[in-house]
Design a protein. Structure first.
Ligand code: 5AD
Ligand code: SF4
Length: 462
């Protein structure tokens, strides 16, 4: 038991965080003890992200650090799991610090791999040779069993849980590594998902977020019917105890769009929040990205969403500095952002990913300083919009779901009295900060908005 102390570090998206949660509970069930620091650990696992080079560089520098630690602690077992493990496989195993490399599809084996590495002090590789091999539409494969067994509340954010609706991606946007490291789209059985949500509700979970790289592509054929995300949301809304349902991320597509939006309009549990990345506002760039729409078509889709759900909050992602993006292309993106009126959007600088079509066929032509300037400019445009939209909340009474104590002090910290600053989210996913008792973590609270800023609403309990 003495050598069964594991520290896990996690990088990347919600999908990765969910994998980390599954790995944590699987290791816990196998008798390992999860520890908060590398110092206490015999095993360090890093769940990695490959979506941009920067994310991989951070992992590599972490591995460099662990290599130093291993000089004085040679028995320390270091494992790399997740997307980077799948992408680099054998090459990562050559790193002096690394003993285990385990791809996202192999996480059900993680407890065995760690046990073996501890026992024999030898290197272990487990990645899928052909990650894009179509997986059968069945509920009985190892990943599905792993998910059903360990997909319980991870208690990281009280009252909230993430549930995978589907794995993988078939969209092949030319810049994106995800289809190569996470494999083909596989929708999970609706019964397995609903059953998991029921168990989470029994465990006190109030908000479930359904996850998929393009979650609106969810489709599952049963003998009776073909399930869409709309059907899944409607069935999840029937689960007693679940109060809010969210889903991320959406690919701009007409398929099932109206149905999903109508469920949102009709069910008070389905939150009026839509994360639907455009990536660019230039049709030329969208074509080169293999995004299958034009800027006008995308904006019309947002209009439709607002017709069906008038109070909907929309969020997006953009990549600036894609190969051959001219100033004119960038201005079209600025124009789209102004028209889209997002609650918020993330902006990323293009990062060539080895093996993707964009990397193979297109040169990374936009200079780093131009990418940086466009990034800053686009964020500034969005900030003005977020600022204006956030002001419309001033003086309003709203319901929020409390996450817990705020990690950083905010503007109204001085007025905190004896209560800590809490951070919460609205149904539309706005961040709300207010002073209140810690016991509200995981609970709904009614607050009045007293002050606003582009990204944060400030409030007091009512
Ligand atoms: N470079 C920069 N950003 C990227 N994204 C995906 N691939 C890349 C890349 N190669 C961004 C997209 C996506 C988000 C998760 O990451 O905007 O929506
Ligand atoms: Fe990547 Fe495009 Fe799939 Fe999103 S939809 S994961 S950007 S390939």
């Amino acid at each position: 038991m003495d050598n069964k102390k594991v520290h896990i570090k996690s990088f990347g998206c919600q999908m990765n965080k969910l994998d980390t949660a599954l790995v944590r509970s699987a290791l816990d069930a196998a008798g390992f003890v999860l520890v908060e620091s590398v110092k206490e650990a015999n095993v360090v696992l890093i769940n990695t992200c490959s979506v941009r080079d920067h994310a991989e560089q951070r992992v590599l520098s972490h591995l460099g650090h662990l290599k130093h630690i291993k000089e004085s602690k040679p028995d320390l077992v270091v494992g790399v799991i997740g997307c980077m493990a799948q992408r680099l496989g054998e090459k990562l195993l050559e790193h002096e610090a690394v003993s285990i490399v385990c791809g996202p599809a192999q996480i059900p084996q993680i407890a065995d791999l760690v046990t073996e590495a501890l026992r024999h002090n030898k290197k272990e590789l487990s990645v899928t040779e052909q990650i894009r091999k179509p997986a059968p539409q069945t509920g009985s494969d190892a990943l599905e069993e792993f998910e059903s067994a360990y997909g319980l509340a991870d208690k990281q954010v009280p009252g909230q849980a993430f549930v995978r609706a589907m794995r993988g991606c078939n969209k092949f946007c030319t810049y994106c590594i995800v289809p190569y490291v996470r494999g083909p789209e596989v929708s999970r059985q609706p019964e397995a998902i609903i059953d998991q949500i029921k168990r989470l509700a029994d465990d006190g979970i109030k908000q479930v977020t359904l996850l998929g790289q393009a979650v609106n592509s969810y489709q599952y054929k049963t003998a009776e019917k073909t399930w869409s995300l709309a059907d899944l949301l409607a069935a999840a809304a029937e689960v007693e105890g679940i109060k809010w349902l969210k889903f991320i991320t959406n690919y701009p597509s007409e398929k099932y769009f109206d149905e999903i939006l109508h469920v949102m309009a009709d069910s008070p549990k389905v939150c009026p929040h839509l994360h639907i990345p455009a990536q660019s506002g230039s049709d030329k760039i969208l074509r080169a990205m293999n995004r299958r729409y034009t800027a006008d078509w995308y904006l019309a889709l947002l209009d439709k969403a607002r017709d069906i759900v008038p109070d909907i909050a929309i969020a997006g992602d953009f990549i600036v500095g894609f190969p051959d993006e001219t100033q004119d292309d960038f201005e079209r993106t600025v124009d789209l952002v102004k028209k889209a009126q997002y609650r918020n959007c993330f902006v990323f600088k293009y990062s060539p990913r080895p093996g993707t079509t964009a990397d193979k066929r297109l040169e990374d032509t936009v200079a780093p300083e131009v990418k940086q300037a466009r990034n800053v400019e686009l964020l500034a445009v969005q900030e003005e919009i977020s600022d204006r939209l956030s002001r419309s909340f001033l003086g309003k009474d709203i319901t929020v779901l409390v996450e817990g104590p705020s990690k950083k002090p905010h503007l109204n910290a001085a007025a905190s009295g004896n209560n800590p600053q809490l951070v919460a989210r609205t149904a539309g996913h706005w961040i709300v900060v207010f002073n209140g008792p810690k016991s509200l973590a995981g609970q709904f609270a009614k607050v009045k908005i007293t002050k606003t800023s582009p990204l944060t609403l400030f409030a007091r309990l009512t």
